[in-house]
Design a protein around this ligand. Sequence first.
Ligand SMILES: NC(=O)c1ccc[n+]([C@@H]2O[C@H](COP(=O)([O-])OP(=O)(O)OC[C@H]3O[C@@H](n4cnc5c(N)ncnc54)[C@H](OP(=O)(O)O)[C@@H]3O)[C@@H](O)[C@H]2O)c1
Length: 318
Amino acid sequence: MYKNAATRVAVLGASGYVGRELVGLLDGHADVALAFATSESESRLDGRDLIPLADAEGRWDDARLVFSCLPHGVSAPAVGRAEAAGARVVDLSADLRLSDRAVYGLTEVYRDALPEADLVANPGCYPTVAVLSVLPLARAGVIDTTRPLIIDAASGVSGAGRNPRRDLLFGEVAEDFRAYSAGNEHRHLPEITRQLAAVAGAVDVVFTPHLLPVRRGILATMHVPLARELTRVEAEAILLEAYGDEPCIRVLPGALPTLKDVIYRNRLALGVMPVKHVSRPMLTVVGAIDNLVKGAAGQAVQNMNVMCGFPETRGLAC
Ligand SMILES: NC(=O)c1ccc[n+]([C@@H]2O[C@H](COP(=O)([O-])OP(=O)(O)OC[C@H]3O[C@@H](n4cnc5c(N)ncnc54)[C@H](OP(=O)(O)O)[C@@H]3O)[C@@H](O)[C@H]2O)c1
C-alpha cells in the first residue's frame, strides 16, 4: 500500500543490518514509500517481498531515490546502474566516500550541497563520530597540528554486518573486548583525515577501533592536542557555538556521553574534559552515536530529507 503523493524510494541490501534499519525508518516516514528492496538470501522483510539485485534492473524507473546498503565493491556498480536510470542515490557503502563525484553526506557539514546533489556518499560510522566531534575545534584553530590526534573508538558487533563470521560468534565476543586494525590500518582512516584536512590542514590521526560486545553503538574517546590551554567550559563553548542549533547533536555540559544517550536515535552526543598531568595541553573529547542510525541509516534519511526538501528530522528520533 503506497502513501499518497509519496516519493518512491528503493533500498538495495535490505536484509543487512543497515538495510533493515533503513527500511524501518522509511516505513515510519510520512513522505516516502518503498518501491522495492533487495536481498540475495531472504525473500521477505516485515511482510514485504524482497527481490534479488538482478531483478532491480527492470525496476529502477519505479524509484526516484535509491539507497544502497550493499557491501563495498558490490555497491558502486549498482549505484552506477541506478544513476544511469535517472535515480538520485544515497550510497551507504565506502565506495564513493573519497570520490569528488559524490557529495559527502555528513549532513551538518555539507547540508548546503545536498538539495542539488544527485549522488551522496553517506559517511562511515567511525568517521561520523570522529569528524563531527573534533571539527569545531579544528575550525576554531585550537588544535596543535604538529602532534597526533588519538582516536580510540569501540563499536558494537552490528558494525561488522550480518554476514556470519567465526570471530564474531557470541562465544567469541561475549565478555571480551579487543582492539582491531591497530597500527592505523583501518579503512576509515583516510575518510577521517580527508575531512579534517579540509578544515584544519594536514593532521596526523592515530585511529584504533575496538570491538565492544554489545549489539549497537560507538563510543569514541579522542585525545586532541591543543595549541593552547582550554578550560572545560571554554571547550564546551566552542562545541555549543557550532552545534547549539543542530537537532541531531547534543553537547552535554559538564558530562560525558554513554551509549544510552544515543542508542536507537539519530544523535551524536558529545562531552569534553581537559587532560591533567601532561606537559602540553590536551583535551579529551568523548562522542557517542548509534552506528546503525546516525552512523548509517538515520544519517541517510537525514540526507534524503535535505535532498528532497522535507523537514530535516522527519522520520527520525534525534
Ligand atoms: N553496519 C554498520 O554499522 C555500518 C555503518 C555505516 C556504513 N555501513 C556500510 O553499509 C553497508 C551495509 O552494511 P551492513 O552492516 O548492513 O552489511 P550486511 O549486514 O552484511 O548487509 C549487506 C547487504 O548486502 C547484500 N549483499 C551482500 N553481497 C551482495 C551481492 N554480491 N550482491 C547483492 N547483494 C549483496 C546482503 O544481502 P544478503 O544477506 O541477502 O545476501 C545484505 O542485504 C556496507 O557497505 C557497510 O560498510 C555499515
